[in-house]
Design a binder for this molecule. Structure first.
Ligand code: GBH
Length: 456
């Protein structure tokens, strides 16, 4: 009409991509269907004492069968993008060797159905469901053989999907898979390794990321875009002064030295190596070159503040404030709401490494989600959380921080790893007995936000 604002003074940039996110093991179920092999999460969740409600992902949200219905849920939100993960054990039941065409067919059907409905597919190649045979054969990520197998799998998938899928994320949350899976034993494969072994695992995961980036470029169509999806250790200036902002940047670089920093700088920081001492990860110059293969964007999962930072006259240049006992949390006790996290993490990443494109690959919260007498789930805690985070994200984009899209975690309630089905993160409530999906009030909130391209 000629009167439309090209650049609205409030709201998100034109073309900002709104979506939702999920992962394969958390939603698909059908673990024995069409030749899928076992993953370390099947093994782990079937081991007594691992999952709080003794559940597993055998059925989960039955998305393998209900994916068309689930795509209609996305459509009802007005979402234009969807981040899902591909189950490696569906594609290579043995981890390596002969591919299982029926496994990849599921993702062909999913992608086609998304495109027919006007939703852009963003595929994550690894969201923690390692084929069990790789764990058995050579200790999974404790071995570089897994990094290489991951690249072969990535090559196979992109060769077949990149005519329709233009955006790939390599590995979801290196940080969590390393610490919870290999240090604390709280996630699959349930290992409790020594600090030096943990560093080696992290290095192998970073190497797997880099090898996959190269494989994707070699086997994908021209124009394919790739990057990591990391839960960066988040550092917030406790009081916004230039000195504290700088201190929070330095802290971001140091506290992410083992993954984002090495990916973007091609070397481990001096402090990371010094702290590692002789116990540092074994690596070659060639490894570092591979790990730092050029990427097209950085994906950031943002949930909470990890550290409030104050500038300090010490060797590191910063102090991490201890969290007061009174700091609030959401339903999950680990989830401390700090909406400004979603402003600062992308800003630091863009500033430190001159990153030109960022996606928020996850953000959301669990809640009590009990239906009221009228049957509605008035999840105003989730709405409060999202409204505050999105307001801060809007600050970031309006200041020119290059965040190009946002994927809300999650489309629907799902298998929340070691919390089983006790923590619900969905915009849609799932009744796991009937697989019935019901929109929570937050689904309306998100639909309105998307429709106006602004926080409501
Ligand atoms: C993401 O991780 C995951 O990518 C996603 O699959 C998951 O469903 C979602 O978040 C919600 O949790 O050991 O008790 O201190 C989120 C980041 C960081 C959350 C580690 C759990 C440890 C909990 N995670 N945190 S605890």
């Amino acid at each position: 009409t000629g009167t439309q604002n090209q650049k609205p003074s409030s709201g998100f940039p034109n073309g900002f991509l709104w979506g939702t996110a999920t992962s394969a093991y958390q939603i698909e179920g059908a673990v024995n269907e069409d030749g899928r092999g076992p993953s370390i999460w099947d093994r782990f969740s079937h081991t007594p004492g691992t999952i709080s409600d003794r559940s597993n992902g055998d059925t989960a949200t039955d998305h393998y069968r209900l994916f068309k219905e689930d795509i209609q849920l996305m459509k009802a939100l007005g979402a234009k993008a969807y981040r899902f993960s591909i189950a490696w054990p569906r594609v290579f039941p043995d981890g390596t060797g002969a591919p299982n065409p029926k496994g990849l067919d599921f993702y062909n059907r999913l992608v086609d159905e998304l495109l027919v409905n006007g939703i852009q597919p963003f595929a994550t190649l690894y969201h923690w469901d390692l084929p069990q045979p790789l764990q058995d054969r050579f200790g999974g990520w404790t071995s570089r053989d897994t990094s290489k197998a991951f690249a072969d799998y990535a090559a196979h998938v992109t060769g077949r999907l990149s005519d329709r899928v233009k955006h790939f994320f390599t590995i979801n949350e290196c940080s969590r898979l390393v610490h919870l899976g290999h240090e604390w034993g709280a996630d699959a494969p349930g290992l409790k390794l020594s600090p030096s072994e943990v560093k080696q695992v992290r290095h192998n995961v970073a190497l797997g990321h880099g090898l996959a980036v190269q494989a994707i470029r070699a086997h994908g169509r021209a124009g394919i875009r790739v990057g990591p999806a990391e839960n960066a250790v988040s550092c917030i200036p406790a009081v916004e002064t230039p000195a504290n902002v700088r201190a929070a940047e330095i802290a971001t670089r140091e506290l992410n030295a083992g993954y984002l920093t090495v990916i973007l700088e091609g070397k481990y920081t001096d402090a990371y190596l010094a702290q590692a001492g002789k116990e540092g990860p074994k690596h070659t110059a060639e490894d570092l070159r591979i790990i730092s293969s050029p990427i097209d964007f950085v994906g950031l999962n943002v949930y909470m503040p990890d550290h409030y930072v104050v500038a300090a006259d010490n060797e590191r240049g910063f102090t991490l404030a201890p969290f007061p006992k009174s700091f609030p949390h959401m339903k999950a006790t680990w989830l401390r709401p700090g909406p400004e996290t979603i402003y600062w993490v992308p800003r630091h990443v863009a500033k430190l490494w001159n990153v030109k494109s960022i996606y928020i690959t996850e953000n959301g919260t669990s809640g009590s989600d009990e239906p009221a007498a009228d049957g509605t789930i008035y999840d105003v805690d989730r709405i409060m959380y999202l409204r505050n985070y999105l307001t801060q994200l809007q600050r970031a984009t309006s200041e020119g921080v290059p965040v190009h899209g946002y994927f809300l975690w999650s489309l629907m309630d799902n298998f929340e790893w070691s919390d089983g089905y006790e923590q619900r993160f969905g915009l849609y409530h799932v009744d796991f007995a009937t697989q019935r999906r019901t929109p929570k009030l937050s689904a309306s909130f998100y639909r309105e936000t998307i429709a106006r391209n602004a926080v409501v």
